[in-house]
Design a protein around this ligand. Structure first.
Ligand SMILES: O=P(O)(O)OC[C@@H](O)[C@@H](O)c1c[nH]c2ccccc12
Length: 260
């Protein structure tokens, strides 16, 4: 069994258990639920750099990336650095993240926040809104076309932006629909962990221009961004390259400065 299948099996158990413990209507009564969300896709359309900086403590491909920095400092640092948005991993088992990270990030910066999660249930979308997210991620590899439609339409009705992630042509064809705001191409194969920027290049021409295009994963240099921009990418999701340093905010700042 590949890692993605394992993650989805564990996620199903986690969500089913949570549903028993925490009724879904609680999220609608949180202060964040009424909050006016910030659109990442709108911001990316006019951004000079398009950097979406991620908070990620560990990953199945790298185990520990950073166990010492705290999310308060990183959220403030990313905003100060001029990032366009922030991505927060909320999966605990495989990525060492927590839902509370989302709230802490929300309290410490005013960037649009992406809940980086394996979403397989509507419950997680209401939860995302209740914990201060502005954007949800939907991963085509783990969802049917009907689920992508159902989940993205629910997110839109809650004023959340939707980033749909693909890794190949088949996933892309299955996914294109008007309820998505951004199309992300993951340069990392979530089943094998192989990374190649070529994935973004080959898929770019197949993505209609009405979606903001985002290149995700394995981006570690200014050259990579310069290489990808001519293919129509306006967003660049970067995690490890910032998180592996002692001061992710400062590394993001340096990176963004040299892009301008
Ligand atoms: O750390 P990187 O290589 O810069 O990658 C960031 C981000 O793209 C990656 O964390 C990611 C992309 N899609 C995902 C889906 C689930 C979990 C994680 C991810």
């Amino acid at each position: 069994m590949n890692i993605l299948d394992k993650i989805v099996i564990d996620k199903r158990k986690e969500v089913d258990l949570k549903k028993e413990l925490i009724p879904i209507d609680i999220f609608e009564r949180t202060p964040y639920f009424e909050r006016k969300t910030i659109s990442l896709s709108k911001k990316l359309r006019t951004s000079q750099t398009g950097i979406i900086a991620e908070f990620k403590r560990k990953s199945p491909s790298k185990s520990v990336i950073n166990n010492t920095v705290n999310i308060e400092d990183v959220a403030m640092g990313y905003e100060h650095a001029g990032a366009c948005g922030m991505s927060v991993l909320t999966d605990e088992i495989y990525f060492g993240g927590f839902l509370d990270d989302l709230i802490i990030a929300r309290e410490n910066c005013s960037l649009p926040l992406l809940r980086k999660e394996f979403i397989i249930d509507e419950y997680q979308i209401l939860e995302a809104k209740g914990f201060g997210a502005d954007v949800i991620l939907l991963i085509a590899a783990i969802l049917t076309k009907a689920e992508i439609k159902q989940f993205s339409e629910l997110a839109k009705s809650l004023n959340l932006d939707v980033l749909l992630e693909v890794h190949n042509e088949e996933e892309l064809h299955k996914s294109i629909m008007p309820s998505l705001d951004m199309l992300g191409v993951n340069n990392r194969n979530l089943k094998t962990f192989d990374v190649s920027l070529e994935t973004s290049k080959t898929l770019s021409t197949l993505i209609p221009n009405d979606f903001v295009k985002i290149s995700e994963s394995g981006i570690s240099s200014i050259e990579a961004i310069k290489e990808l921009k001519p293919y129509g990418y306006q967003g660049f999701l970067i995690g490890e390259n910032f998180m592996k340093t002692n001061n992710p905010g400062a590394s993001a700042s340096q990176f963004i400065k040299s892009l301008l």
